[in-house]
Design a protein around this ligand. Structure first.
Ligand SMILES: C[S@@+](CC[C@H](N)C(=O)[O-])C[C@H]1O[C@@H](n2cnc3c(N)ncnc32)[C@H](O)[C@@H]1O
Ligand code: SF4
Ligand code: SF4
Length: 398
């Protein structure tokens, strides 16, 4: 599909099949074909700990056990998973994510899986998400030896973090971050969950941005997903005008390589598609056994970690198919649009309701605005090349 963009000096055509912009409408609709390399998995996520030492007020994992009983994955289960991957002819895993609950409660198995898997499979990147409260010799030595990408959960200053995650947890997590800084550890970022409780304490999102910027750490901030009115962020949706300002600011941040700044998801999706020619056929491309596989604590394979434990996943393919929604089926930018299917199924998506109704979507207008900004930049080759070359440093792994 060709989408027309008008500027004072020219008319441009955006080809939504191969994400190119041209002044000619003869731009043939060459499709971007997905590389099919069955021996490479994009992502393997393993629940090594259905236990947690915290009980955060908002936890979608029901305090770390996904509605089941607290337990750590054992060695025989890990062996079965490894055997399944090796016998399935997987030769390479781009991202191995060891997850939980709190993964560092099972640090021995953490190391065991890395060592065993790496004997047969090339693992490009190891990642984990931690509450940063478990910092013992084994954890330190694993970090120093395997250099995983760490996402450390920190919700903001002590007053809010402790209220959501328990008294004393802020001090421990900050100590963890200080340790990472002390060893000049570069490959980590903080993930912050923003809630109504922040708002009640008069902590705006900007305040949280400033808090992390002052700490000089890379971060990202996500609104809580919850049905609990005490937690759900009130009137938080930015106005369309503010979202447009955020698009412009994000483009500038990329050009200036302000890598610690969080960028607009719209800019992110558009640039990811245009630069890497990555077309998203479904809302979540990870929900595809040829791309991603996740294993629950008992070794059961599931399409996404959000469906571990008691969470329901029988509507995944229905919700993941954009063509099941009339507006999406005919949308010019559907190839660039990514949305969390688990959030739709659980009723947290502002676009598609729990019962499969299309609600409303502002993304088309915002993506159009973003492409206009990129067209405007195309007259300044230096800035344009900075935008393209620096973008890689903004890719998020959360
Ligand atoms: C389930 S936790 C597991 C890892 C580890 N225990 C931790 O807290 O970092 C993974 C991430 O999900 C976030 N999270 C948990 N419940 C959430 C919710 N309802 N909405 C948004 N993020 C949530 C946590 O803050 C954390 O960053
Ligand atoms: S630390 Fe993580 S897993 Fe544990 S309760 Fe909090 S969000 Fe859930
Ligand atoms: S209508 Fe909105 S949700 Fe649907 S594909 Fe287009 S941008 Fe995405």
């Amino acid at each position: 599909m060709l989408k027309t963009f008008y500027t004072d000096s020219n008319t441009y055509y955006f080809n939504s099949e191969n994400f190119t912009i041209s002044t000619s409408n003869n731009n043939s609709e060459t499709r971007v074909e997905k590389e099919l390399d069955k021996s490479t998995l994009k992502k393997v996520v393993i629940n090594i700990s259905n236990s947690c030492n915290l009980s955060c007020a908002y936890c979608y994992a029901d305090g770390g056990n996904y509605g089941m009983t607290n337990q750590l994955m054992d060695h025989p289960t890990a062996d079965k998973i490894i055997e399944q991957l090796v016998s399935g002819d997987v030769k390479r895993i781009n991202r191995l994510i060891l997850f939980g609950g709190e993964p560092f409660l099972n640090i021995d198995l953490f190391v065991y899986i890395i060592e065993q898997l790496s004997q047969n499979i090339e693992v490009s990147k190891i990642e984990t998400v931690t509450n940063g409260t478990v910092l013992n010799k084994k954890v330190k030595s694993m970090i120093e030896k395997y250099q995983p990408f760490l996402i450390v959960s920190l919700d903001g200053p002590q007053e809010i973090h402790d209220q959501l995650r328990g008294k004393g947890s802020h001090r421990r997590t900050v100590k963890f971050i200080d340790y990472l800084k002390s060893i000049n550890y570069e490959t980590f970022e903080v993930a912050s969950t923003y809630t109504r409780k922040h708002q009640k304490l008069n902590l705006s999102k900007e305040d949280i941005y400033k808090y992390f910027t002052d700490m000089s750490i890379r971060f990202n901030i996500n609104n809580v997903f919850s049905k609990n009115k005490i937690l759900v962020v009130k009137e938080m949706e930015m106005s369309k005008e503010k979202r447009k300002e955020f698009i412009v600011q994000s483009i500038n941040d990329i050009i200036e390589a302000n890598v610690k700044n969080y960028i607009s998801p719209i800019v992110y999706d558009v640039l990811l598609s245009m630069i890497y020619k990555s077309k998203t056929e479904s809302f979540c491309d990870d929900i595809d056994p040829e791309n991603t596989v996740t294993f629950d604590v008992d070794g059961t394979p599931k399409s996404c970690f959000r469906f571990w434990g008691t969470h329901n996943s029988d509507k995944v393919s229905l919700f993941n198919n954009k063509d099941n929604f009339e507006k999406c089926k005919n949308c010019w930018c559907k190839g660039m649009c990514m949305e969390c299917v688990a959030n739709m199924i659980d009723g947290y998506s502002p676009i598609i309701s729990e019962d499969g109704q299309f609600l409303k979507c502002q993304k088309q207008d915002l993506m159009e605005y973003c492409v206009y900004q990129i067209i405007a930049l195309s007259s300044d080759k230096v800035k344009l090349s900075k935008l393209v070359n620096n973008f890689e440093r903004f890719i998020r792994y959360a």
